[in-house]
Design a protein around this ligand. Structure first.
Ligand code: GLC
Length: 557
């Protein structure tokens, strides 16, 4: 590891910009298409920055746009320091960073360190060089596989023609790096610097818990699950290895060596951040990363698998907020991303199915009450943006898009569909290209009125959900998000800080934030009296006089 790891970094600044930032996740293939080929691209993002500025977000996170054969939608990276021609060029990236900076929007990029693409030149060289070669040392080749399973289904090992097997915790097109190899460590340091030099404000770290594998690659004990992390013990032999903490400290040093005005991004005068993707079942797994001086943030994913229940939401909020308070760390809240069914749909089904999806649910075969799901998703948005700390918004959630469940099988692209032998329809339904205007697909997704089909089909019934249709409707979900973000920007109680739970009737969540702010969300079936307030700042749906109807949230002053 580089000399930069030797002196410990200081704890993170309590006033760092990212602690209360609202970040909008752009899935570039599905955001906006400037060259009219049916796939989104970076000039498309640039052309629609006005939407993001009007929305009022602080930063965007771009999911991968790097050269990739798209075995996993770009999370299979063939070149970490370039732009895939389908998305544009490095000059387009620079133009996007500069355009965003002009609107006071920072740009976070995705870094995918656990694995690359089978098309990465180092993996091709490893295949060509054969067993026992130094080229194979950069990956995890063995003569015999162990019993590890791919996160996407099926074995985590694939055999190559000379008889060896390589490890891929995800798709076979995503070989895992050997993080105990100095070339890998040095390469990622170069990658960080490459994007920092271009003015990025931070990195979202893909599957940040998995990079190092336990020595000897022991079999997973059948039936083992994620669990508390204690010294010398990890829940899975490919998760939470102790070297990770040291690695992230070394990355922190690199990020911190880029202070001040730099690169193409006049807006990015602050130290860059890291936000780590770690799906962990227990706060103790997250604690070591937050307590130290490595990662800036871990996504607070807990609300996504949580059914619509005041008690269960409160339990998750308490656990995450307590962890942040105890460690001084930061866990920005998340209600949606490109891996999870849209919240309109999650909240519009029988809520027992959120906790325990049945085989039918995995195939998208369930009754969805979109109207109910929309009401709840709007209330949840007010909760998300009132909680202490930062928040992430997934593209299209500001439009109240539901999951598109009826994508024909032959159009599905997520490798999970085939790797689970079609037992799970996969994640395409939340990755459908955004509807911008018009009354039928492609809803002006492509510039210049192109009518080429989008890379994933769009539903026929999204006319009322387009940005144009919602822009002038004061009751639209888009305008609810805009209003909430505008209030959040100015209100001294919102953003980072603390909350105080208020006594509320069963089924109601209510908390106060100082000075002078109250949130109430009615998860129950009956209207409840509004309390503790003088003024209604914002409501997610119509109020009934002094009553807060079911599935409605309100901000009170
Ligand atoms: C992360 C990404 C997901 C991807 C996986 C493998 O979980 O969010 O989309 O499939 O990593 O890179």
């Amino acid at each position: 590891m580089s000399a930069e790891t030797e002196s410990p970094a200081q704890p993170y600044d309590q006033g760092a910009w990212w602690r209360d930032a609202v970040v909008y996740q752009v899935y570039p293939r599905s955001f906006a298409d400037a060259n009219g080929d049916g796939e989104g691209d970076l000039p498309g993002v640039l052309s629609r920055l006005g939407h993001l500025a009007d929305l009022g977000v602080d930063a965007i996170w771009l999911s991968p746009f790097y050269p990739s054969p798209l075995a996993d939608g770009g999370y299979d990276v063939a070149d970490y320091c370039d732009v895939d021609p389908r998305y544009g060029t490095l000059a387009d990236f620079d133009a996007l960073v500069a355009g965003a900076a002009a609107k006071n929007i920072k740009v976070i990029v995705d870094i995918v360190p656990n694995h690359c693409s089978a098309e990465h030149p180092w993996f091709r060289a490893a295949l060509a060089a054969g067993p026992g070669s130094p080229e194979r040392e950069r990956f995890i080749f063995r003569d015999e596989p162990n019993n590890w399973q791919s996160v996407f289904g099926g074995p985590a090992w694939t055999r190559v023609p000379d008889g060896q097997w390589y490890l891929h915790l995800f798709d076979s097109g995503q070989p895992d790096w050997n993080w105990r190899h100095p070339d890998v460590v040095a390469m990622f340091e170069r990658v960080l610097r490459f994007w920092l030099d271009r003015g990025v404000a931070g990195f979202r770290i893909d599957v940040a818990n998995m990079l190092f594998k336990q020595d000897g690659l022991p079999d997973v004990v059948p039936g083992s699950q994620g669990g508390p992390l204690t010294p010398g013990h990890t829940s899975m032999p490919y998760e939470h290895q102790p070297e990770l903490l040291e690695l992230y400290r070394s990355w922190r040093k690199i990020l911190d060596s880029y202070p001040g005005d730099r690169g193409a991004a006049p807006a990015c005068t602050a130290p860059a951040c890291t936000v780590a993707e770690m799906w962990s079942g227990h706060p103790d797994q997250a604690r070591p990363y937050l307590s130290g001086d490595g990662l800036a943030q871990l996504f607070g994913f807990g609300l996504m698998p949580t059914p619509w229940s005041a008690e269960e939401f409160r339990t998750v909020i308490d656990a995450s907020h307590r962890l942040a308070r105890e460690t001084g760390g930061s866990l920005p809240w998340v209600l949606g991303n490109h891996d999870v069914p849209r919240m309109v749909t999650r909240f519009g089904v029988d809520q027992d199915l959120v906790r325990a999806p049945t085989p039918e649910v995995l195939l998208g075969r369930m009754d969805v009450d979109v109207e109910l799901g929309t009401r709840r998703a709007r209330a949840a948005a007010l909760l998300l943006l009132a909680l202490p700390g930062g928040a992430y918004i997934y593209q299209g959630d500001e439009l109240g898009l539901p999951e598109y469940l009826a994508i024909p099988d032959e159009a599905r692209q997520d490798p999970m569909f085939e790797r689970t032998l079609r037992a799970f329809i996969g994640r395409d339904g939340c990755r459908v290209p955004l509807p911008w205007s018009g009354t039928a697909p492609p809803y002006a997704f492509g510039a210049g009125g192109t009518r080429l089909p989008t890379w994933l089909p769009q539903p026929e019934d999204w006319a009322a959900l387009t940005v144009a249709a919602q822009r002038d409707d004061p009751g639209s979900t888009l305008n609810l998000y805009r209003a909430a973000l505008a209030i959040r920007r100015d209100h001294p109680a919102l953003g980072d800080g603390d909350l105080t739970w208020l006594d509320a009737p069963p089924g109601v969540l209510a908390f106060a934030r100082d000075p002078g702010f109250t949130l109430m969300v009615n998860f129950g079936a009956e209207p409840v009296p509004l309390a503790w307030h003088h003024d209604v700042l914002l409501a997610s749906g119509p109020l009934e006089g002094d009553l807060l109807p079911p599935d409605t949230g309100v901000w009170l002053a």
